[in-house]
Design a binder for this molecule. Structure first.
Ligand code: SF4
Ligand code: SF4
Length: 346
């Protein structure tokens, strides 16, 4: 019980494990939904888990712009937009907390660098001349996707959102992983291998979602803040930071790489010297309250979306049964957000 209240890393591990289990449950349920669809309804029907839309961030970004421009929350992937808002909302309040508290890729990444520490006794840090340009790669990827979405007007967004491709984008994603090409398997294995030797390789250098959250996190009022007058310069915080931030030298950690993991706060030997704190406010937020806030923001936003009726999509079983057999046809392809022309019968 004491660990649950006082050990932020124990709390974080519990939240990570719970979210990972939810993702695995979503994956299993979606697998049986796809099997039902591909059997043309011969197998028992399994409900499609709406949470699967959380893995369609580009569709969610288009949905967000469409909502802002037209006031319409589309019913093709409504939960994708709600989950996206919950994740970005968390970063606006608590830095990139999604990355270290929820994201299953972040959790896997953390396990891999811990494995690397066990195998090699340490992780390797890239020299600054290489680290800086590589960190900009994720922003270039974000720029690439962001510019494509920015260029879309309301008509082209509607054409994409209601296209056969977008309606079955979750099923297409399923097949990407279920029938991975050799190139995809090799790429994933290389990235995993790099994550064993360099902490959070994918997240630090390549993840455009993380880049977006990093930008949002600059606005976060809650940041790690250090009280210089009580700090004994032991540098334990800097050694503990998995994002290689020089915490001991900062009065406020503004870095876009800070994920609110609280590892620095946990190791600081001087009480109340390193805290998650809002500006001006003198008292820091206790670590258990940070954990509770991280979870509450996510559950609060997704719960509000559910209650407002923006969770389950509007596709019927009959529509899915009509689309499943055509999934490999050219109608279900896209090139950089541009989808083939389709009519009311498609
Ligand atoms: S500064 Fe602290 S909270 Fe931020 S990533 Fe580093 S260890 Fe985690
Ligand atoms: S761990 Fe605490 S006392 Fe040590 S350098 Fe960091 S802030 Fe200062």
């Amino acid at each position: 019980m004491a660990r649950l209240k006082y050990d932020s890393q124990f709390q974080r591990m519990l939240v990570q494990a719970a979210f990972l289990l939810v993702c695995i449950w979503i994956g299993i349920e979606f697998h049986y939904f796809v099997k039902w669809g591909m059997s043309r309804g011969a197998l028992p029907f399994v409900e499609r888990p709406p949470g699967v839309e959380g893995f369609l961030p580009i569709s969610a970004l288009i949905s967000l712009k469409y909502w802002i421009e037209t006031g319409i929350i589309n019913d093709v992937h409504p939960s994708g937009l709600i989950i996206f808002l919950a994740i970005v909302g968390g970063s606006l309040l608590l830095k990139k907390s999604f990355c270290s508290w929820f994201c299953p890729v972040g959790t896997l990444s953390e396990s891999l660098w811990m494995l690397g520490q066990k195998l090699f006794g340490k992780n390797f840090t890239l020299p600054r001349w290489l680290d800086y340009p590589l960190r900009s790669l994720k922003y270039l990827l974000l720029l690439f996707f962001g510019a494509a979405v920015w260029a879309m007007d309301a008509d082209s967004m509607a054409a994409f959102i209601y296209s056969p491709y977008n309606k079955m984008a979750d099923v297409k994603m399923y097949y990407f992983f279920a029938e991975m090409t050799t190139a995809a398997v090799v790429t994933i294995l290389v990235l995993m291998g790099l994550s064993v030797v360099v902490k959070n390789f994918w997240c630090r250098y390549l993840c455009p979602y993380g880049a977006l959250l990093g930008l949002a996190s600059f606005l976060s009022p809650l940041k790690i803040r250090r009280t210089a007058s009580t700090c004994i310069d032991c540098e334990l915080c800097t050694k503990a930071c998995p994002s290689n931030i020089k915490v001991h030298a900062a009065s406020t950690v503004r870095s876009d790489e800070c994920t609110s993991c609280l590892q620095c706060v946990e190791v600081c030997p001087v009480k109340n010297t390193l805290e998650m704190r809002a500006p001006v406010v003198k008292r820091g937020v206790p670590t258990w309250a940070v954990a509770a806030l991280v979870v509450l923001v996510f559950i609060g936003v997704t719960g509000a979306g559910m209650m407002a009726g923006h969770w389950r999509n509007g596709m019927t079983r009959d529509e899915y049964l009509m689309r499943f057999p055509k999934i490999d046809s050219p109608m279900y392809q896209h090139a950089r957000g541009s989808v083939p022309e389709y009519g009311p019968q498609d």
